[in-house]
Design a protein around this ligand. Structure first.
Ligand SMILES: *[C@@H]1O[C@H](CO)[C@@H](O)[C@H](O)[C@H]1NC(C)=O
Ligand SMILES: *[C@@H]1O[C@H](CO)[C@@H](O)[C@H](O)[C@H]1NC(C)=O
Ligand SMILES: *[C@@H]1O[C@H](CO)[C@@H](O)[C@H](O)[C@H]1NC(C)=O
Ligand SMILES: *[C@@H]1O[C@H](CO)[C@@H](O)[C@H](O)[C@H]1NC(C)=O
Ligand SMILES: *[C@@H]1O[C@H](CO)[C@@H](O)[C@H](O)[C@H]1NC(C)=O
Ligand SMILES: *[C@@H]1O[C@H](CO)[C@@H](O)[C@H](O)[C@H]1NC(C)=O
Length: 666
């Protein structure tokens, strides 16, 4: 059956072969779309009227090829040195099932355009079982493989490989790219439907073959995905064809090439995605479609196999696609489609990255439908256990409206990953204003307003909601500023994720060094009172313009709390204020904030006020109690000054641990 199909298509496409020659040359060509039809399709491949090269269209178990029509000279003589070359192409794999397609596509350099003897499926239309691995193939292929084949030592269902005469790759890596700045690796899903670009660069002098992958519209990453030393002199003949090969298996997948450029002995001309044809829109209602197309195709004998395939498709779908369980249906309005978030953030593009927090990266995005600005936090999370409770909590917090909390709009869940959608805060986080010399100094009135705002947001979490929500990570970098520079507390409730989680390493380090209450360090148990401790440190941070543990000259560390306590003891507490404020501040308010900071960060939990009291002190509705001199005897400077040292150790042994824990942080 499939052979007949192939022949029919081959015939049709031969008829279509026009030799309109308006683009391309002998050793360099650039196609932003293939409207000029210079590329020769073969097998099931075709070029659409808008110039899209379809190497395989949505058909089961087929293969397609497309070649530049004339062979290119890769060396001057049969034994001459192989030339350097460079090529880049833009492609997209669109499958009926989100993130699940196959088998894949390859860019190839080959002595022939005739691949009629090759097998599709896992052979990607490149080889068959008899010529596999044969040096006389003279085939160099860069495979984009979306099916794991153990026989070829594939590592996963989403990898890029350098293949020479064989389906076993000489070099392979999970699809993705390395970030320019941090060098960390980011996955890309080849089957996502996302438009991506590949660069293949061969330096014949160094015999280095680099393969780089990125999603459109990213710039070419600095570090290639694959970089291998390969001697191509026994592979490449004097003249070779260049093109693409792809195959499908039991999954309905289309493999598209949108643009392609090539240059011998030079750098391939950059492609312009804006000139490329657009992709057909992805279809919805995937599962039904498979059934409808799948079953009529299947003869009786096939039915069993097809049924098996469907079962595995459904299983794979559960594994890879967006995760939605029945209990989540009630959160309908809070569910976002991961695809929409992907589009909103331009594919989680680095350019949209607005922050990296303890829980994950935050991207700015614009929702296509409403055009509203959002911030999307990607939290990786492996455990399904407790996810239900966690989502319930996150969503119910998200139902709350408080002007000093960053509004949670909703979420989307994928395997191993939770995407949380928040209101976008145009002014970023408070720590930038406190420590970044580029940012303008915040005046005291603004700082005082931010402090009062954060206090009221935290009071709301602690006392005014049906459930007590412990924040656990209060600090300047978790306070975001809206367009009017009001402070809004972000990341609330997130720490709970790790309560439910299974990762023992993260369970006890939620929170940030320098903000951790002594009893928390000792017991690992977070309470509203440990939040108050961190809030106290936050007050000192805002008033003094210093980090909780700050580096001072000569590489020493300044522990903010100890320093303010010492100054308070020496009756010079105002001297600790942020020098950037100059004389522009209200003495009473400054004193209130500094002393309240000390009170909140009292070494003994019982010595700390509740958030309701804190708000009363800040609003002037109650007078701040004087700090008792015993405070000092419990605090770290007392130990440093060697006063009451023995008492201190006896009454509060673990504070030694506290002081060391604090000085570890920053
Ligand atoms: C694949 O391409 C052929 C020829 O262009 C077309 O007749 C067929 O409908 C396409 N199949 C799908 C599923 O789009
Ligand atoms: C070129 O290589 C072929 C086979 O590798 C060899 O038989 C031939 O002698 C070589 N020619 C020259 C000029 O080196
Ligand atoms: C395998 O492929 C080669 C090259 O295309 C071809 O000559 C050969 O006939 C094929 N073998 C089989 C068994 O199809
Ligand atoms: C990237 O993909 C690999 C292989 O599929 C997987 O093990 C890893 O967890 C993924 N990383 C991220 C951050 O998704
Ligand atoms: C990464 O670095 C390369 C080369 O240094 C540069 O061309 C490219 O624009 C950078 N990419 C991004 C996303 O900054
Ligand atoms: C590359 O391979 C060719 C042919 O196998 C060999 O003659 C040559 O010495 C190799 N070059 C290097 C640098 O190893």
């Amino acid at each position: 059956m499939s052979a007949m199909f192939l022949r029919t298509f081959l015939f049709l496409f031969l008829l279509h072969r026009e030799v309109a020659d308006s683009c391309g040359g002998n050793d360099a060509f650039t196609f932003n779309g293939f409207r000029c039809r210079k590329i020769v399709p073969d097998g099931i491949a075709s070029i659409t009227s808008n110039g899209l090269l379809v190497v395989t269209n949505n058909t089961f178990e087929s293969k397609g090829h497309a070649f530049y029509p004339t062979p290119l000279r890769f060396r001057d003589s049969p034994n001459g040195t192989v030339f350097s070359f460079s090529t880049t192409f833009v492609f997209a794999f669109i499958s009926e099932l989100a993130d699940l397609g196959g088998d894949g596509m390859a860019f190839l350099v080959s002595p022939t355009k005739d691949f009629s003897g090759a097998i599709g499926n896992q052979y990607l239309g490149l080889f068959n079982s008899s010529n596999l691995g044969n040096p006389t193939n003279h085939v160099l292929a860069i495979e984009l493989d979306t099916i794991p084949n153990p026989e070829f030592h594939d590592i996963d269902d989403n990898h890029v490989g350098i293949n020479i005469n064989d389906m076993k790759s000489d070099e392979l890596h999970t699809a993705g790219y390395y970030l320019n700045d941090t060098g960390s690796f980011e996955n890309l899903s080849l089957s996502s439907g996302q438009t991506m670009q590949v660069w293949v660069d061969y330096d014949s002098h160094a015999m280095r073959l680099d393969v780089t992958l990125a999603s459109i519209p990213m710039a070419k990453p600095h570090r290639p995905l694959l970089s291998a030393v390969v001697n191509l002199s026994s592979v490449l003949l004097e003249t070779m064809y260049v093109g693409f090969s792809s195959s499908t298996g039991p999954w309905l997948t289309s493999h598209y090439v949108l643009g392609w450029s090539f240059k011998m002995n030079g750098v391939a001309q950059a492609l312009d995605p804006s000139l490329m044809p657009s992709l057909p829109r992805a279809k919805s209602n995937h599962k039904l479609k498979v059934l409808r197309i799948g079953l009529p195709l299947a003869s009786a004998g096939f039915a069993v196999i097809i049924a098996g395939i469907i079962v595995s498709i459904v299983r794979w779908r559960i594994k890879y696609a967006e995760v939605l369980e029945d209990w989540e249906l009630e959160y309908g309005p809070h569910r976002f489609s991961c695809r929409d978030l992907f589009i909103a953030t331009k594919g989680f593009n680095d350019k949209e990255l607005v922050g990296i927090g303890g829980f994950g990266k935050v991207y700015k995005g614009v929702l296509q439908t409403s055009k509203s600005e959002i911030a999307v936090k990607r939290v990786s999370h492996e455990s399904r256990q407790g996810m239900r409770e966690f989502i319930a909590e996150i969503v119910s917090i998200g139902r709350l409206r408080h002007r000093n909390l960053v509004q949670l709009l909703g979420y989307c869940r994928r395997k191993g990953e939770l995407l949380l959608v928040y209101d976008y805060m145009p002014n970023g986080s408070l720590d930038k204003f406190l420590y970044d010399q580029e940012k303008p100094t915040l005046d005291w009135a603004t700082r005082f307003r931010i402090i009062k705002g954060v206090a009221s947001g935290l009071l709301y979490l602690h006392e005014d909601w049906e459930q007590v929500v412990i924040h656990r990570d209060i600090k300047a970098s978790n306070v975001l500023l809206d367009h009017e520079l009001n402070g809004r507390l972000g990341d609330f409730g997130l720490a709970r994720l790790y309560d439910h989680g299974t990762d023992p390493h993260t369970t006890h380090i939620v929170g940030t060094m320098g903000y951790l209450a002594p009893e928390f360090v000792r017991t690992g148990k977070a309470t509203t009172i440990t939040d108050v401790f961190a809030f106290g440190i936050f007050l000192l941070e805002v008033a003094c313009g210093k980090r909780p543990v700050d580096s001072i000259a000569s590489g020493e560390k300044l522990i903010l709390l100890d320093w303010v306590v010492e100054n308070w003891w020496q009756e010079s507490i105002l001297a600790t204020r942020d020098p950037r404020l100059g004389e522009e501040y209200v003495v009473e308010e400054m004193e209130l904030v500094l002393k309240l900071g000390l009170l909140c960060s009292h070494p003994l939990p019982a010595g700390r006020p509740s958030m309701r009291q804190v708000v009363e002190y800040l609003e002037g509705e109650a007078a701040l109690p004087e700090l008792s001199p015993t405070y000092l005897s419990f605090s770290v400077p007392a130990m440093l000054h060697n006063e009451g040292f023995d008492d201190y150790i006896m009454s509060y042994p673990s504070s030694v641990a506290t002081s060391s824990a604090i000085s570890e942080g920053r």
